[in-house]
Design a protein around this ligand. Structure first.
Ligand code: IPM
Ligand code: MN
Length: 370
């Protein structure tokens, strides 16, 4: 029996509702797969922690529970009543857990959804880009000073990268690329014609790939060119996009915008390419208001099964169950879509249908093992 401890952080906005959908999926896995047992504990996080009387958006008890867990799921962040303190809690959590590698796959969970893109379907249905974004360095964590007094007072932000920060991230991208046969191409994105950190980036990445991943095709692209390609010919960047924190933040949102809803994707923050604890989030973690589509947290679970928990069969089963739930009626027999992607199902109806498909997939894994 594998006992896995999951720290679940409901947090703000749609987070608490997403957390309840996450529990349904985790429960199904442990009920159906008798060799897996999840110990799911919930902890205060974000504006909700402050609301509950904690003195910080990331309370010590929460951080400690996350440190001891096999994986952490953060469901939502952001509460205007507390300014930027909730977001700071998320940045501190990423840094304290040492989760420097942000993995963001951008892909239609069912290619039939390409019809709903703002782009022409045949130009984007094969989109398959995975961001490997540096997450605990760069301008996010560099020295900063707010505008000083006086009419022309300056504000300052600094981007700082060390060789080892770049080296370890390049290794995550390289070993991720090597999991595919043939290895996926890696597009390293920088602003090498302007920034010193980008020149260091380009030279370290080149070195790491030459020495350690000679079989992986490596291309260097300037960040402005990458932005243009994401709008003009996004599939030309298929493969892995390896980049620093701020570029990755911006470009991954741009790429995700090719999909018809922000709720279709998830984001993982890891300490290495496979195994090891990780932090899993909806791609868009700041959504407020009533929950329309719970898919983001289900995608986060699929990433968690694949990377931190090393349960690839269950992860693949979940990916198939998601696809079958979304695929159009003509192909499969049922299709349950939420209103953000042109359907009329509620979030609960979506999850219920998904659980049925996923149960079937999990039973198939059981039978194959006998
Ligand atoms: C993201 C988010 C965060 C970031 C915010 C909420 C601090 O936009 O995960 O991309 O900028 O990293
Ligand atoms: Mn972002």
């Amino acid at each position: 029996l594998r006992k896995l401890h999951i720290a679940l952080l409901p947090g703000d906005g749609q987070g608490p509702t997403l957390a309840s959908h996450a529990e349904l999926v985790l429960n199904l896995i442990q009920q159906t797969r008798r060799n897996i047992s999840f110990d799911v504990t919930q902890h205060h996080f974000g504006g909700a922690a402050l609301e509950a009387g904690e003195s910080q958006s990331l309370p010590f008890a929460t951080l400690n529970a996350c440190r001891e867990a096999d994986a952490v799921i953060a469901c939502g962040i952001g509460d205007a009543r507390y300014g930027l303190e909730p977001e700071r809690g998320l940045l501190t959590l990423r840094q304290e857990l040492g989760c420097f590698a942000n993995i963001r796959p951008i892909k239609f969970p069912s290619s039939s959804l390409a019809q709903l893109s703002a782009f022409k379907a045949d130009r984007v249905e094969d989109l398959d880009v995975t961001f490997v974004r540096e997450l605990t360095g760069g301008v996010y964590y560099g020295d900063r000073s707010e505008a000083s007094d006086g009419e022309d007072g300056a504000a300052v932000d600094t981007t700082r990268y060390t060789k080892s920060q770049i080296t370890r991230l390049a290794r995550v991208a390289g070993s991720y690329a090597m999991q595919f046969n043939p290895p996926k191409p890696v597009h390293s994105i920088d602003k090498h014609n302007i920034m010193a950190t980008s020149r260091l980036w380009r030279s370290i990445v080149t070195d790491v790939f030459e020495k350690e991943f000679p079989a992986v095709p490596l291309r260097h692209t300037l960040v402005d060119t990458a932005a243009m390609l994401l709008s003009s010919n996004p599939t030309s960047l298929n493969g892995i996009i390896l980049t620093e924190n701020l570029f990755g933040d911006i470009l991954s949102d741009q790429a995700a915008g090719i999909l018809p809803s922000p709720c279709l994707l998830a984001s993982a923050a890891l300490t290495r390419a496979r195994g090891g604890p990780g932090l899993f989030e909806p791609f868009e973690i700041k959504i407020k208001g009533e929950l329309v589509n719970p898919l983001s947290i289900i995608q986060a679970i699929s990433l968690m099964l694949e990377t931190s928990l090393d349960l690839p069969l269950e992860a693949q089963g979940l990916v198939r169950a998601i696809r079958r739930t979304l695929d159009p009626i003509e192909l499969i027999g049922t299709n349950v879509r939420t209103v953000d992607i042109g359907g009329n199902a509620t979030a609960d109806e979506f999850t219920q249908q998904l659980l049925q498909h996923f149960d079937y997939e999990l039973e198939a894994i059981n039978s194959a093992e006998m």
